[in-house]
Design a binder for this molecule. Structure first.
Ligand code: SF4
Length: 364
């Protein structure tokens, strides 16, 4: 049963507010003007949102222009830096009903002079004759990255079996960067060596320039959809909403396939690392500095010195500025021997927003 009214990380819980279709995701801010997807993946995150869970035909809720305007006015949006996901939390970006909106949103932003990178996660290939549209946008922004989701899942889990790499060469020719989204890899579904081998060989043959592997995140709505809607046994994954379960065996299989076939492309565990690699920037999700619930970040003194020299400001000052610009209330920062603590626990949106602000703008 879905437990949230809106998409996870939505900036508003009010369905009449366009911010209800703009969400702070782990690796981007996602714009989702549509509700509904016909591809019926059993593990879809939409099942955790009451508004999205049971809609199978894509239907537009807000005009693209309305969402772009709301995005630009949101303090979490960093002009020309924030990674903009399009339809990543709600539907398939290149399904026939949605494809025009995908290009339109990118055009609206670049035509206003924003150079923000775009990130799409797709399963249906890209529309024919899209070279010119991609080329126009690629020349005006910091990059378009497309993750093609393919991990050889059974049809009971992913019924959609069309060619996921359809027309992808047009995008590559236009300068779009392509990564194989080897996700989700789930014990008992697709975690055998043969599944991993097939996925990587198909991805690489079709031009994927990196691999980003991941498991399945536990969410109550997804458990309900898998077991009750799709009548499948729920896989053995950790019941933690903030963690994806991935077996070390999967990483060994990936390394074995790359070695056996002499494939030399990078492998990432986090989408932000894959995106950062394509953009040639430091990982904006600051995984190397992450602390825990009580400790916000742990920044080695050597790294602090580098940041402070480059920015000509103390690290504490940079964090304070970010907190103010995001308008986080009652949030004070302290740094002691590289340990960064905050005076209160942040919400998911605040925490990811602050990390992205530091990683994309303040530190690097
Ligand atoms: S394609 Fe994406 S949005 Fe559509 S059902 Fe599958 S996971 Fe959900």
């Amino acid at each position: 049963m879905p437990i949230y009214e809106q998409i996870f990380g939505a900036f508003s819980q009010d369905s009449n507010n366009p911010l209800s279709r703009i969400s702070q995701a782990n690796s981007c801010i996602s714009l989702d003007p549509f509700v509904g997807c016909s591809l019926s993946c059993a593990y879809c995150y939409r099942y955790n949102s009451k508004r999205d869970a049971n809609v199978s035909t894509p239907r537009k809720l807000f005009a693209d222009e309305t969402l772009v305007k709301s995005l630009i006015n949101n303090p979490y949006f960093i002009p020309s830096k924030t990674i903009i996901g399009i339809h990543t939390a709600s539907t398939e970006a290149f399904s026939p009903e949605v494809a025009d909106s995908t290009f339109n949103i990118m055009n609206l932003l670049v035509d206003k002079g924003y150079k923000n990178p775009f990130w799409l996660v797709i399963k249906s290939g890209i529309p024919k004759n899209s070279y010119k549209m991609f080329r126009y946008i690629v020349k005006r922004c910091k990059g378009i990255i497309i993750s093609i989701s393919y991990s050889d899942l059974p049809s009971s889990v992913e019924p959609f079996k069309n060619d996921r790499f359809k027309n992808i060469k047009e995008a590559i020719k236009a300068g779009v960067r392509i990564s194989l989204h080897l996700r989700p890899v789930v014990v008992g579904w697709n975690d055998k060596y043969e599944n991993i081998e097939k996925s990587i060989l198909v991805g690489v043959k079709n031009g994927c320039q990196s691999i980003c592997v991941g498991g399945l995140r536990f969410l109550k709505g997804i458990k309900y959809a898998i077991t009750k809607k799709h009548k499948l046994r729920f896989p053995k994954i950790e019941e933690n909403e903030l963690k994806k379960t991935l077996s070390p065996k999967t990483i060994n299989f990936i390394n074995k396939v790359l070695k056996n076939y002499k494939i030399n492309i990078p492998v990432f565990l986090h989408s932000s690392e894959m995106i950062s690699n394509f953009l040639g920037i430091s990982d904006y999700n600051l995984y190397k500095f992450r602390g825990n619930k009580k400790l916000f970040l742990r920044i080695p003194l050597r790294e602090q010195a580098v940041i402070e020299k480059q920015k000509n400001k103390r690290t504490k000052k940079l964090i304070k500025e970010a907190i103010q610009e995001l308008r986080l209330k009652n949030c004070k920062v302290e740094i002691n021997c590289g340990n960064v603590t905050l005076s209160r626990i942040l919400t998911y949106i605040e925490e990811r927003g602050l990390i992205h602000k530091l990683g994309l703008e303040k530190f690097f």
